[in-house]
Write a protein that binds this ligand. Structure first.
Ligand code: FAD
Length: 444
């Protein structure tokens, strides 16, 4: 059996090493801290939470709660540590960050099949006798980042993440919004939210005054004109947005022929058209402020935000171009990536991708085929999303129900029923059933 080499003992790498070892592989786990650290880490512990101590929603009414439950059923060490060190946090699962990291460090270090090596890895080690998992996180830099960039052709490793919010299609009020492409070109691909002058001015006033998220010192980078935060652009003048992302020309209402004063456009974000991103709305606003201000847009009053806009330093691959749903690098079967690097967003999402990569690395090391996790599970849906999205617009993603294959609720006469709560329950049940049969097949 080949060895498994894991680079980085963060959320993803610790889980990957654990899973690979639990599935029978001998693991070499490289961690550069404390010899070298990142601008966000403060300790030398594994799975350090660099910011909030919340692992987000605990219940099964949230996709992230379902993802956590799937991880528990697949014997995740990160979830075991989280459950053992949780602190009161209402509907969320929050942990004692030091207790959590100590737990992971202790169990990983004591595993008889894991050898921890405290060294920086400067080049991806591709050896005949090993399978490698790169889980060096969103702050990967230096020689390792250069090596990864070289392998991806240089144009596919992003160092800055400027993502616009994503809303659920079924939460957009289509009695106010309409489908159209500018100047009627091609199919009516965009959803357009029209604004009157009064609506625009009220929106602009709130946007420029809204509270922004604090920036870390190492993130104070110059914005490119192409991905300037929408609130910064708005701050340049009352009419600036009308010549930028809210430009109304060519977007006359298809029924009335009237050109609105301003138009916010939403672009389809996934193949099943359940998610739409707000074009040009990359933003630094705090999340509750995004909801408050962006819900002023006609048609988005009830919008469900499935991912908020973010702008932060984030090294990630253009995974649709370079990765397979098994988390293998295209063209190099012995190489897998995991964690925030793959374009998943969040602590739990990172750990879950480590779980997928760890299991598949152990299978590859033992001469077995790697597995694609079931599409109906949150694990499978995340792997599917990051590897099949449109490469040109690829941005990191949190887990959410919108990326799962949709379920349509209909009454006995076949009429569509809008019952979000019931739909989420069914999606959660289906995901857990899929992961149960997957686990049973895995352990046979
Ligand atoms: P990490 O947890 O960062 O692990 C990477 C590990 O690799 C580190 O231990 C690092 O030391 C090691 N490493 C790096 N390079 C090398 C090398 N060359 N050789 C050896 N070891 C190496 N997500 C949330 O859900 N909530 C938050 O509040 C949150 N806040 C964030 C704040 C910041 C500043 C950043 C950058 C991200 C934040 N994230 C947050 C996003 C993400 O969930 C975390 O970054 C998460 O830690 C990612 O997990 P990971 O395993 O991919 O990377």
């Amino acid at each position: 059996m080949k060895k498994v080499i894991v680079i980085g003992a963060g959320l993803a790498g610790s889980e990957a090493a654990w899973q690979a070892a639990e599935h029978g592989a001998e693991v070499l786990l490289y961690e550069m801290r404390p010899k070298k650290t990142t601008p966000a880490h403060k300790t030398d512990g594994f799975a350090e939470l660099v910011c909030s101590n919340s692992l987000r929603g605990a219940g099964l009414e949230n996709a992230v709660g379902v993802l956590k439950e799937e991880m528990r059923r697949l014997r995740s060490l990160i979830m075991e540590a989280a459950d053992a060190t949780k602190v009161p946090a209402g509907g969320a699962l929050a942990v004692d960050r030091h207790g959590f990291s100590d737990y992971v460090t202790r169990y990983v270090s004591a595993h008889p099949r894991i050898t921890v090596i405290r060294e920086e890895v400067e080049r991806i080690p591709l050896r005949e006798d090993a399978v490698t998992v790169v889980a060096s996180g969103p702050l990967t830099d230096g020689s390792l980042a250069e090596d990864i960039a070289a392998r991806t052709g240089g144009d596919s490793l992003y160092f800055y993440d400027a993502a616009a919010p994503i809303v659920g299609m079924d939460s957009i009020d289509m009695s106010k919004a309409y489908r159209a492409s500018r100047y009627g070109k091609g199919e009516a691909a965009y959803i357009n939210c029209p604004m009157t002058r009064e609506e625009y001015e009220a929106f602009w006033t709130e946007l420029v005054q809204a509270k922004k998220a604090p920036t870390k010192a190492f993130e104070k980078e110059k914005f490119f004109e192409g991905c300037m935060p929408v609130e910064v652009m708005a701050g340049r003048g009352k009419d600036t947005l009308l010549f930028g992302p809210l430009k109304p020309v060519g977007l006359e209402h298809p029924e009335t022929g009237v050109r609105p004063y301003a138009v916010v456009q939403l672009r389809q974000d996934n193949a099943s058209a359940t998610l739409y991103n707000i074009v040009g709305f990359q933003t630094h606003l705090k999340w509750p402020e995004q909801r408050r201000v962006f819900q002023m847009i006609p048609g988005l009053e009830q919008a469900e935000f499935l991912r908020y806009g973010v702008m932060h330093r984030n090294t990630f691959l253009n995974s649709p171009k370079h990765m397979r749903p098994t988390l293998q690098f295209r063209g190099e079967d012995r190489l897998l990536f995991a964690g925030q690097m793959t374009g998943v967003e969040g602590y739990i999402e990172s750990a879950s991708s480590g779980l997928v990569a760890g299991i598949n690395a152990a299978r590859l090391a033992g001469g077995q085929d790697p597995l694609i996790f079931p599409a109906e599970s949150c694990h499978g849906a995340l792997c599917h999303y990051i590897t099949t999205s449109e490469a040109r617009h690829f941005q990191p993603m949190n887990v959410n129900f919108g990326i799962l294959p949709p379920i349509e609720l209909r009454d006995e006469r076949g009429r569509y029923i809008k019952d979000k709560k019931r739909k989420k329950q069914l999606l959660a049940q289906r995901a857990l059933a899929a992961i149960e049969s997957f686990r049973n097949a895995l352990t046979k």
